[in-house]
Design a binder for this molecule. Structure first.
Ligand SMILES: [Zn+2]
Length: 413
């Protein structure tokens, strides 16, 4: 089966730059000219491709065989690569009308990047032999783009070689998380690593709570003092959570911003933010200023069981949003099936009364989970012989660097 190998735009530009020494601006001008010349009948990737060809720049050195991870591209077949295992996930069994099967996956990294390796059938069994930090060679894999993340898929014809002779791997770069753009109406309970852009339509008063100054975890009041589970009685410091409603035209959703994301959202320092605890009225001006702002949130969906609704926990907040760029970005993505508008009220729900009962923190802050088992990918549909169907694979729960480790517990007393 013929499949087009997709090279990301930025990679094309980079290749042109390094092989020709033409400046960014000049490359961009050439691409813009080409786009104009073809009056929009071509994508910018397509235009960049043409420019590269005209300049004699070879965009792909190899389309199969031994590759560094950064050179692996969607659509490649017979791919071989060697890397260090970063994580191994559980094997899942699945049943369909055509029978049952198994799928498992692991993360493989070399000096140039990290990629998910999805193993079907007999290959799934083999991942039980793999362990993090072990070097492994995979061969005869094929590459798929799953929600803008590349995966190498292995089947019965592929091989996994643990500890291949004579292979060493240097430092594996830290994985940077990528977020896929969603509309509010598209969000589902399980969404992680999603990105929303919309307008702030409501901001609530921040909720402050005591934390242990050593470990940043919740310190609970006990007999006139505050107690950290790990560090005993402590003189607490404060952390906080800020909730807001975001509307993107398809719906609105409650966004939860813990400490760093709360300060990012309001554009204040931690010290400044703490002053709102003692002078809550001064926060009114902040709220007013936030309303109507276009903000990009990256994070994950949380299902609030108490209210049976989904909310969004911000992991990153971006206020430098260019609405035009964002609109384009949305249009460039494969058109999603248009979900019906959720039955959201015309106006977001009224703010709770925090003075009487502090709003329970709806969720736990995303914390690094070194001790926890990584979440396995959800059951996938079995691999069809042809053509491969894009199946949703959960994003690997990579070691997210989160400076704060506060854990918000429910039943804030
Ligand atoms: Zn502590």
């Amino acid at each position: 089966m013929y499949k087009i190998i997709q090279i990301p735009y930025d990679q094309i530009i980079e290749k042109i730059k390094t092989s020709t020494n033409i400046s960014d601006t000049d490359i961009q001008a050439k691409i813009d000219d080409k786009l104009k010349q073809l009056s929009g009948l071509i994508s910018k990737e397509g235009a960049a491709h043409i420019i590269a060809n005209q300049l004699g720049v070879k965009l792909i050195e190899k389309t199969s065989g031994r590759l560094e991870i950064k050179n692996i591209l969607s659509g490649m077949r017979d791919v071989e690569t060697v890397g260090k295992i970063q994580a191994v996930y559980d094997i899942k069994e699945f049943t369909t009308t055509r029978g049952s099967g198994k799928v498992g996956s692991f993360m493989l990294g070399d000096e140039t990047g990290v990629i998910r390796v999805v193993c079907w059938g007999s290959k799934a069994e083999e991942i039980t032999n793999l362990q993090p930090t072990m070097i492994a060679k995979i061969s005869n894999g094929y590459v798929k783009n799953n929600n803008n993340r590349l995966e190498v898929h292995l089947n019965d014809k592929s091989t996994i070689t643990p500890n291949p002779e004579g292979e060493t791997i240097g430092t594996v770069p830290e994985q940077t998380r990528t977020y896929s753009r969603k509309q509010v109406a598209q969000l589902s309970k399980e969404d992680v690593n999603s990105e929303l852009v919309g307008t702030i339509v409501q901001v609530y008063d921040p909720h402050f709570f005591e934390i242990c100054p050593t470990c940043n975890k919740r310190a609970k009041p006990e007999n006139d003092q505050y107690v950290c589970q790990q560090h005993g009685a402590v003189t607490p410091t404060y952390s906080y959570v800020l909730n807001a409603f975001l509307d993107d035209g398809t719906g609105n959703i409650r966004i939860t911003c813990f400490r760093n994301q709360a300060t990012n959202l309001v554009g204040k320092t931690h010290e400044e933010f703490l002053t709102y605890r003692e002078n809550p009225t001064t926060f009114e001006a902040v709220k007013t200023e936030l309303l109507g702002n276009i903000v990009k949130f990256q994070g994950r969906v949380n299902h609030n069981e108490q209210f049976d609704r989904i909310e969004f926990v911000a992991e990153l907040v971006h206020k430098d949003v260019n609405p035009e760029d964002e609109l384009k970005k949305l249009q460039e993505q494969p058109a999603p099936a248009v979900a019906p508008l959720p039955e959201t009220p015309a106006t977001p729900e009224p703010a709770p009364t925090p003075e009487v009962t502090p709003e329970p923190a709806p969720t736990q802050e995303p914390t690094p989970t070194p001790v926890q088992e990584p979440t396995p990918p959800p059951a996938q549909t079995p691999e069809p012989v042809t053509p491969p169907v894009e199946t949703p694979t959960e994003i690997p729960p990579e070691e997210q660097k989160q400076p704060e480790q506060e854990v918000i517990e429910e039943n804030a007393s």
